[in-house]
Design a protein around this ligand. Structure first.
Ligand code: PTT
Ligand code: SF4
Length: 610
């Protein structure tokens, strides 16, 4: 089989044993890699009802047939597991040399099962696995951990690690690499921590096993040139995702004060142009010629790498309008291994709860020093409030009560990323139906929505969400490559099936690829149903705030979502996906997509409809 290695490296951390497992060829053909392969592995091998922070959970790192090849921004991999934050399927995408090196080890995925009794680093060189003592690294931040590992294993090793937040099982701890790449929002860092796995180091010499390497190189090289020639390439290189701050303000979707508002008076203080004044350089993932990690010196004189989501969630959403201060919170999150989006969300919830007297502790909007303190309290679970917030906003509000869940901004337990949806029903649907909880990665429909029929709840809108979910969440997560060349500078999508075909020797049409993406989506939904032991459409509802509390400021003052119309929109979505009115894939859909192996289990749990 070309284009894949056809093997998974299986490491049991409880026994210290590892083995190479050949997996069925159809898994590669039907699910490609990354998210698709991870979901297939979880369906097959994750014990039903496994505790996400127990030894039974499986931590998967997976690449795809496009990872690391000559193709713009192909240095990405997926980390996946059952999520300790949501209790359902969880994954994230991380750009790192670890992705490229993993591919070269000769495996399409590494699965970590069990848990070590003491801290370890897994060193993987081709088929050789060494589980090395990491007692000296436990407790260190991610920057220092990686620095020491590079001294030990060489500058060019591929490394991912966790910080203290992962060790302390903070439910939104992420996996970090290269001082600013972060992946696995739904608590993948905590899963690593629960296994006492401080870091994974990859080094590979086995190559890519491509069907036609010459053609891949030829076509991929053209794509690199096309990226540089793109009309908005220069501006992208200046601002990257930071340009979104000004756009979001203008569109009235910049989250402010825990998503109470969609505009922020001090937005210029945290915007793309302010970032340009402070910018000292940029860096990013391997294989990329449009690197987007913008570096500035923060309030403490240290380097911090900024992205839109980080800045909106730790800036406007906390009422903080000074980019250098926001950058300190952002760097702390990277060093401690916390997801910036969830971090911004739980701290904003705390500020609102404090204001309303729902919690005793004092947390005020815009209070930089207090937020800085709180970041440490959460990462180390140091105080009662820190410990509560470390559980994520769904659990924090449930324990607090007093109507505080009305302003807990999450879907399925994953905190919403940085787009306010009081006046964006399509984006609300994208959050509601995202396969990992409220993340924009699967369908960033909002830019299209704002530019078109913004306030409608039409069937076309549901169809657009599905179209984007197919390409972004289904394909890019399974290829595995960064979607930014396509999304941000308009690289022709046709490169992807073409290079996929050269890489694998298998001809994939768009019809095949969409079917594949739908298969991944329905399988992920099946996993959620299995792990939750049931399902209801309530799970696909956006946060209550967008229905209950209208915006009070800006051009969209008074706007809020209409619950009845959202219901209709959700019906359209389910219908287009071939899911029933509960959000459960129909038997015929599962069979049509080649997911017949899920039917018996799902039928027992929930009773499938035809
Ligand atoms: C992603 C999420 C995002 S999405 C951002 S900013 W974004 C936040 N970044 C964080 C960070 O930084 N530090 C931190 N401690 N926590 C953070 N949490 C947030 O995590 C990222 C880029 C970005 S920047 C985006 S949109 C694109 N995402 C892609 C994706 O999901 N899939 C894909 N095939 N390509 C993508 N390309 C872009 O990658 P999660 P990265 Mg990330 C500092 O992982 O869990 O999906 O959460 O991976 O290497 O950092 O690249 O405006
Ligand atoms: Fe990484 Fe940004 Fe390049 Fe994508 S565009 S590969 S996120 S540096």
């Amino acid at each position: 089989m070309k284009g894949w290695h056809g093997r998974i490296l299986w490491i049991n951390l409880s026994t210290g044993e590892s083995k190479e497992v050949e997996y069925p060829k159809e898994w590669a053909l039907d699910f490609l890699g990354g998210r698709g392969l991870a979901a297939r592995i979880l369906w097959e091998y994750l014990p039903v009802g496994a505790d996400p922070l127990g030894p039974d959970n499986l931590l998967i790192m997976a690449v795809g047939p496009l990872t690391g090849v000559t193709l713009p921004s192909s240095g990405k991999m997926v980390v996946a597991a059952k999520s300790p934050l949501t209790g359902g399927y969880g994954d994230g995408n991380i750009g790192s040399w670890a992705a490229v090196e993993l591919r070269k080890t000769g495996f399409d995925a590494v699965v970590f099962q069990g848990a070590s009794r003491k801290p370890i680093v897994a060193y993987i060189e081709d088929g050789k696995v060494a589980l090395e003592d990491a007692e000296d690294l436990w407790g260190l931040d991610t920057f220092e951990t990686e620095r020491r590992l590079r001294e030990r294993y060489g500058k060019d090793a591929g490394i991912v690690e966790i910080g203290p937040a992962g060790e302390k099982l903070v439910r939104f701890a992420t996996v970090i690499s290269q001082e600013g790449r972060s992946g696995g929002r739904p608590g993948l860092g905590a899963v690593m921590g629960s296994k006492k796995l401080k870091a994974v180091v990859f080094r590979g010499t086995r190559g890519f096993n491509l069907h036609d390497p010459k053609k891949v190189k030829e076509e991929g090289s053209k794509a690199y040139i096309e990226v540089v020639r793109a009309k908005n390439y220069k501006f992208w290189m200046r601002q990257g995702t930071m340009m979104t701050v000004e756009w979001a303000q203008e569109a009235g979707v910049l989250p402010a004060f825990n998503f109470r508002e969609g505009v922020f008076d001090e937005y210029q203080g945290i915007g793309g142009f302010r970032m340009e004044e402070l910018k000292i350089g940029q860096r990013g993932c391997p294989k990329c010629n449009m690197t987007c990690g913008n570096m500035i010196r923060d309030e403490e004189g240290e380097i911090s790498e900024l992205d839109y989501e980080n800045v909106a969630m730790l800036g406007s959403n906390l009422g903080l309008g000074d980019l250098r201060k926001v950058a300190v919170l952002n760097r702390m999150a990277d060093m401690l291994g916390l997801d910036t989006i969830s971090l911004g969300s739980v701290m904003a919830w705390a500020a609102e709860a404090s204001e309303l007297g729902h919690i005793q502790e004092k947390v005020e909007w815009g209070d930089y020093d207090r937020f800085k303190e709180l970041v440490g309290e959460i990462a180390y679970r140091e105080t009662g409030l820190g410990d509560l917030l470390a559980e994520g906003v769904r659990e924090a509000c449930t324990r607090t009560g007093k109507e505080s869940c009305d302003y807990a901004i999450h879907v399925k337990g994953l905190e919403v990323s940085a787009y306010d949806c009081h006046a964006a029903p399509g984006m609300a649907l994208a959050y509601g139906t995202s396969p990992i909880g409220a993340h924009h990665k699967d369908a960033w429909v909002i830019s299209w929505e704002v530019a078109t029929d913004r306030f409608s709840y039409s069937r076309d809108k549901a169809a657009k969400v599905i179209e984007l979910q197919r390409i972004r969440g289904g394909l890019f997560e399974s290829f595995v490559a960064c979607r930014f060349p396509w999304v941000e500078v308009g690289l022709n999508l046709e490169y992807y099936p073409k290079i996929l075909t050269y890489a694998t020797g298998v001809t994939y049409t768009w019809e095949d690829l969409y079917r594949l993406a739908d298969r991944v989506y329905s399988l992920v939904r099946a996993l959620w149903i299995r792990e939750y032991g049931g399902w209801s459409r309530e799970m696909d509802m956006p946060p209550a705030r967008w229905f209950k509390h209208p915006l009070t400021k800006g051009p969209l003052a008074g706007a809020r979502l209409d619950p009845n119309k959202y219901d209709e929109l959700l019906n359209h979505y389910y219908d287009l996906r071939g899911w029933d009115e509960r959000g459960v894939p129909r038997r015929s859909t599962l069979e049509k997509l080649g997911l017949g192996f899920t039917v018996e289990t799902l039928d027992k749990i929930i009773g499938l409809k035809g």
